[in-house]
Structures are given as structure tokens and as C-alpha cells.
Write a protein that binds this ligand. Structure first.
Ligand code: AMP
Length: 193
């Protein structure tokens, strides 16, 4: 993996571990020579992950829509800031630039971006690893909900297995590096699974 997209909150959240692990993820990406692609802002966990990479001489590409430039204050220390017109263009650009995705704790924006990338994987539009860094159990309830989707027949186990989850940064990056997308997709007959 040459570059990874990180989706995360534009806030810091309540636990100090969120910020600490976001910074450490940026630092670890830099140390592993993996470029960071993210939303381009210098707020909340977005700023923390970028700073972790920048302060350890990592490559950081921010992708920010023009209209958010003043609200999500653009980070000034990036390797490159790509300005786009729309939110859709932002996600498409981030997907084009990267070889995988990691979600850190966040709100609606984080989940929207993350699940779109996951659904693109499910539809076979890309074969990149999609992962959650489950810092301090933040995503435990979401993971339980995904189990419910499988139990209640709305999500196939093969599609569930496309979502990589770990609470350790290096273990998660290793999992992503070894990931191979399943050959079967969402739209296949039940008896073919
Ligand atoms: P949040 O998790 O709500 O703090 O948002 C995190 C990031 O997601 C911010 O950079 C938001 O601008 C971004 N975001 C929110 N909605 C969307 C969307 N529909 N498409 C792309 N990015 C979004």
C-alpha cells in the first residue's frame, strides 16, 4: 500500500485516546512510508492524524471542497492540498488517490464517507481494504449492529468479512496489506455463496 485514506471526526471527542491514537496513526503511516490522504482540515482528529504524519516527515495529501475551506480550516503544512467543488468529488478523489481506507472515531461525516467506500467494495467497484481502527471501543455498538444485519439476513457473511477491524494500528495495517477481496460480490445467487 502506497497511500491510505483516513476518515475521522472534525471534532476531538471526549476521550484523550482518540487524539493520541489519531496522531500515532499518522506517525506510523509516515514510519511505514505510506502516504496519508485525508479531508485536508486542521480541526479535530483530522488535524491530529495529519500532524502525526507531517511531524514525522510523511507525505500528506488533503482533499477539501472550496466551500468548506473556511469552516474546516485548511491545514497549511500539507505536501499537497487538492481543492475540489463538491463532497462527491472529494470522495471520488480520495478513492482515486489511495490503496485502502481507515475510519477513526467520528460523526455523521465520517460514517457517510466510510460506508460509501465500503458499499463500493461490496459492489465490486474496487478491491481495496476497508478498515476500522476501533480506538477505546468507540465502534463496539456499530460492530454489534453489523452482526445484527448478518443475523437478520440483510448482510452476507462474505460481505461482512470485507470490513477489517482491529484496535492496534500496526496489526490493522498488516491485516490491510494482506487483504484479498473475495471473488464473490453482493449480486450472486444465494446457492453460489
Ligand atoms: P464528522 O465525522 O461529521 O466530524 O465529519 C468528518 C468529515 O466528513 C468532515 O471533513 C466532513 O466535511 C466530511 N463529510 C461530511 N459529509 C460528507 C459527505 N457527504 N461527503 C464527503 N465528506 C463528508
Amino acid at each position: 500500500m502506497k497511500k491510505i485514506t483516513v476518515f475521522c471526526g472534525s471534532s476531538f471527542g471526549t476521550e484523550i485516546e482518540y487524539e493520541e491514537q489519531a496522531y500515532l496513526l499518522g506517525k506510523t503511516l509516515a514510519e511505514r512510508n505510506i502516504g496519508l490522504v485525508y479531508g485536508g482540515a486542521n480541526v479535530g482528529l483530522m488535524g491530529a492524524v495529519a500532524n502525526g504524519a507531517i511531524e514525522n516527515r510523511g507525505e500528506v495529501i488533503g482533499v477539501l471542497p472550496h466551500f468548506l475551506q473556511n469552516k474546516e480550516i485548511a491545514h497549511t503544512g500539507l505536501t499537497e492540498l487538492v481543492l475540489v467543488e463538491t463532497m462527491h468529488e472529494r470522495k471520488t478523489k480520495m478513492n482515486d488517490l489511495s490503496d485502502g481506507v481507515i475510519a477513526l472515531p467520528g460523526g455523521f461525516g465520517t460514517l457517510e464517507e466510510f460506508f460509501e467506500m465500503l458499499t463500493w467494495a461490496q459492489l465490486g467497484l474496487h478491491k481495496k481494504p476497508i478498515a476500522i481502527l476501533n480506538i477505546y471501543g468507540f465502534y463496539d455498538e456499530l460492530i454489534a449492529m453489523i452482526e445484527t444485519m448478518v443475523k437478520k439476513g440483510f448482510l452476507k457473511p462474505v460481505n461482512q468479512s470485507m470490513l477489517l477491524i482491529n484496535n492496534d494500528i500496526n496489526d490493522l495495517l498488516d491485516q490491510m496489506a494482506n487483504y484479498e477481496a473475495p471473488v464473490v460480490g453482493k449480486w450472486i445467487a444465494k446457492d453460489e455463496v
